[in-house]
Write a protein that binds this ligand. Structure first.
Ligand SMILES: Nc1nc2c(ncn2[C@@H]2O[C@H](COP(=O)(O)OP(=O)(O)OP(=O)(O)O)[C@@H](O)[C@H]2O)c(=O)[nH]1
Length: 345
C-alpha cells in the first residue's frame, strides 16, 4: 500500500457577519463535487446554524461526517482546544480528504488561525492554500463597513498605526489584511455605480494587490479560489493587523444570545418584526430556524442588518423537535430584553 504524505490544502474563508461565507462554501461544495472535502464551520453564537445549512447540501463527496461544527466561540481564540482536534479528526477520515475548507465566524480574526498552521503537528500535514475574504457588496456600497475616511486619514498622516477603535471596522480590516483573494458578494443586488463604490471601498483598504472577484449568490468558479497553493502560513507574519500586539484577544466588543420563540403563524409578519427589531436595536445579525404552524417544512431565517431572507428549507424530520430559535448578534450592550419583546410581539 502506498501512503501519500503530501500535505492537505486548506482554504480559510473569512468575512464579516452575514457577508455570504456559508453561501459561497455551499456553492463550492456543489461545484467541487468529486473532490473529497471536509469542512470546519465556526460560529460566534452558541447554536450552530451554518453547519446545519451546509449539512443540508447532501453532496456525496462531502458527507455530514466531514462537516465539523465549532460553535460557541471564535476559532481564533480556541485554536488549541478546538481547532487542532478538528484537524486530527479530519485527517483520520477514510477515504482521505483532498481539500479542507474552514468557514471562520464572522467575528474571527484569520491571522491567529493561520498562525496555528505553523505548529509542527499541523504544518507537517496541512498547508493553507489561500485565505479568502468574503465582503458584503451591499453593506459596502451603503458605506456600512470600512469607512473610507479613516483609510484616507491614515494614509495622509503616513501613520502606519491604523488603529481607530471601531470594533466592526477593525474586524473587517483585519480580515481584508489577511486575504489572498476577495469575494465581493451580493452583486445581484447592486447596480454598476454601487458595484464601483463597493470595489472602491475595498481597494481603499487593501494593503497590497489582491484580486476582487464579484459573486452573486456564491457563484464563483472554484478554480479561481481553490488550489492556489500559497502556503499562507509562511507569509502570515507579513500581514499587518490591528491585533498584532495582542497575545490574546477576546470578543468583548460583541454580544450574542439565543431567543426561543413560540410557533409562528405568519412568516411575513415575523420577517417584518425581525427587520424592525434589527433597525431599532442595532442588531448586526439574526439567523435561525422557525416552526410555522400547520407547515411540514422548517422555515430558515437569515437577517443581515435589517435585510431579512426567509424560506422553507426542508421538512422537519420524524422525531425532530419543532422549535423556533434565533441567534442574535450585535455590538456589546444591545438590549436583549427589548429585542426579545419586539421579536415575540
Ligand atoms: N441576494 C443575495 N443574497 C446573498 C448573497 N450571498 C449571501 N446572501 C444572503 O445573505 C445572508 C447571509 O448569507 P450567509 O452565507 O449565511 O453569510 P455568512 O457570511 O455565512 O454569515 P455568518 O456566518 O453569520 O457570518 C443570507 O440570507 C444569504 O442568502 C448574494 O450574493 N446575493
Amino acid at each position: 500500500m502506498s501512503v501519500n504524505f503530501d500535505r492537505v490544502p486548506c482554504t480559510v474563508v473569512t468575512g464579516f457577519l452575514g457577508a455570504g461565507k456559508t453561501t459561497l462554501i455551499r456553492n463550492l461544495i456543489e461545484k467541487l463535487d468529486g473532490k473529497r472535502l471536509a469542512i470546519i464551520v465556526n460560529e460566534f453564537g452558541d447554536v450552530g446554524i451554518d453547519g446545519e445549512v451546509l449539512k443540508g447540501c447532501g453532496i456525496e463527496s462531502c458527507p455530514e461526517d466531514n462537516i465539523i461544527e465549532l460553535a460557541n466561540g471564535c476559532i481564533c481564540c480556541t485554536v488549541a482546544d478546538d481547532f487542532v482536534p478538528a484537524i486530527d479528526q479530519i485527517l483520520s477520515l477514510e477515504p482521505r480528504v483532498d481539500h479542507i475548507l474552514i468557514e471562520t465566524s464572522g467575528l474571527a480574526l484569520p491571522k491567529p488561525l493561520v498562525q496555528a498552521f505553523q505548529w509542527p503537528a499541523v504544518k507537517a500535514r496541512v498547508t493553507v492554500d489561500a485565505v479568502i475574504a468574503v465582503v458584503d457588496g451591499v453593506a459596502l456600497a451603503e458605506g456600512r463597513v470600512a469607512d473610507d475616511h479613516h483609510a484616507l486619514e491614515a494614509q495622509r498622516s503616513q501613520d502606519d498605526s491604523i488603529d481607530h477603535d471601531d470594533p466592526i471596522e477593525e474586524v473587517f480590516e483585519d480580515q481584508i489584511a489577511c486575504a489572498d483573494m476577495i469575494v465581493l458578494t451580493k452583486t445581484d443586488l447592486l447596480d454598476q455605480a454601487s458595484l464601483a463604490a463597493a470595489k472602491g471601498r475595498i481597494q481603499a483598504h487593501l494593503p497590497r494587490a489582491v484580486k476582487i472577484v464579484p459573486a452573486a449568490n456564491g457563484a464563483v468558479d472554484p478554480s479561481v479560489l481553490i488550489g492556489l497553493g500559497l502556503a499562507v502560513e509562511d507569509d502570515i507574519e507579513n500581514r499587518k493587523t490591528h491585533h498584532d500586539d495582542e497575545l490574546d484577544h477576546d470578543h468583548d466588543d460583541f454580544d450574542s444570545f439565543v431567543i426561543d420563540l413560540a410557533t409562528v403563524t405568519d412568516p411575513e409578519a415575523l420577517a417584518a418584526r425581525i427587520s424592525a427589531t434589527a433597525e431599532a436595536e442595532n442588531v448586526l445579525r439574526i439567523k435561525g430556524f422557525i416552526d410555522v404552524a400547520n407547515k411540514p417544512m422548517r422555515l430558515q431565517v437569515q437577517a443581515v442588518g435589517s435585510r431579512v431572507n426567509h424560506y422553507f428549507d426542508r421538512a422537519w424530520a420524524q422525531g425532530e423537535t419543532r422549535q423556533s430559535r434565533l441567534v442574535v448578534i450585535g455590538e456589546k450592550g444591545i438590549d436583549r430584553a427589548a429585542i426579545e419583546k419586539m421579536l415575540a410581539a
